[in-house]
Design a protein around this ligand. Sequence first.
Ligand SMILES: Nc1nc2c(ncn2[C@@H]2O[C@H](COP(=O)(O)OP(=O)(O)O)[C@@H](O)[C@H]2O)c(=O)[nH]1
Ligand SMILES: [Mg+2]
Length: 393
Amino acid sequence: MKIVIISPTYNERENVAKMIPLLEEEIFPQIKGHDVKLLVVDDTSPDGTAEEVKKFSKKWDNIELLMGDKGGLGSAYVRGMHYAMDTMHADAVMEFDSDFQHNPHDIPLLVKAMDEGADYVIGSRYVPGGSIPKAWGIDRKILSIFGNLFTQIVWMNFRIHDMTSGFKLTKTSFLKKIDLDHLLSNNFAYKMHILHDVVKAGAKVTEVPIAFLEREKGASKISQRDQFDSLYVVLRLAIYDHKRFVKFLFVGGTGFIVQFIVTALSIGLGLDGANQPIATMIGAETAIVSNFLLNNMWTFSDTKSIHQHKGFFRRLAKFNTASLASIGIQTLMSYLAIKFLGETLTIFRHSLHTSLVILFPTIICIVLPLNYFVYNKIIWKTHHLKKHKAESA
Ligand SMILES: Nc1nc2c(ncn2[C@@H]2O[C@H](COP(=O)(O)OP(=O)(O)O)[C@@H](O)[C@H]2O)c(=O)[nH]1
Ligand SMILES: [Mg+2]
């Protein structure tokens, strides 16, 4: 494999002077069976970091220097990734800070994890054996730990323990699947966006414990703005991911109201007593038709069949067929509830029709999950979406 270690620098002259000889003499020789290159991405540091790098590139021929204007950590890494893929033909790229906060001795461990089958290796501070600097103040520790936890919760991903680590090794076959030129951040939060997209692209992730070290030389470029930037990236991607589900729930909500009203009206018009399940059936079918129309026009309006204005009635028929199961389930639940609990139930001292009470748990626990699955997989076939998007692009 050709592995390109990308190291962005801004005013890191002192660090680079120590880092490059260490990498060349001690670290790279440990990585057997791979072609390892170093790509320094410098944003024209005023302290002359680039001159230092040029000196070393005369001694070792696996060093490249990419210059640019100061554009933030994320844009430096992205620029480096494009260059590593397009010009250097890398099979994997490593994100590696040049300030000794990422321990160079961990580099071979990340490579080993990829040798063992990972597509995406995260140097992780929050798995056993990993750590953040003891010398950090309590505020920085809390910010780091809670920032990480917040991201895990909002993305509902607890399999990855370090969401904000910057020490990574990524197969370029996965980087090529993501849109590096439109990340939501050019700064610190770029790393969360890439993580999100690489995971979504189906990469096999492995976390390797790392001790994130204290910076000894030079100054951090991270700012308060990066915290808000990170918050924005995490929330924006979560909303984007669940947009369809949010619409589906909304449509379901309108369906529920329609169903409730129609069922109650039917009961009022005489389908009461033991006839309640028939009222439930009528209410459910009315809701099904209104749900279909809204989902077709809105929730799934981006799917291929809708774009081609094809198969409206076939989809309606499928939707109805699939929904028969829902009606069946709801009618059965209503029947069973009446049989075992009686025709009316007393809740908070109010006597209510059993079939109306049972509607809630049935829909939330059974009907919603089942329907969302069937709509996506069978009726609107969202798994074809990627291909369709690529075709229209
Ligand atoms: N080329 C380039 N490198 C940067 C920029 N900002 C930070 N870096 C480098 O990226 C690495 C991580 O940045 P740092 O400020 O230490 O972030 P922190 O570790 O999160 O505090 C260091 O090697 C910096 O020199 C930038 O705008 N351009
Ligand atoms: Mg740093």
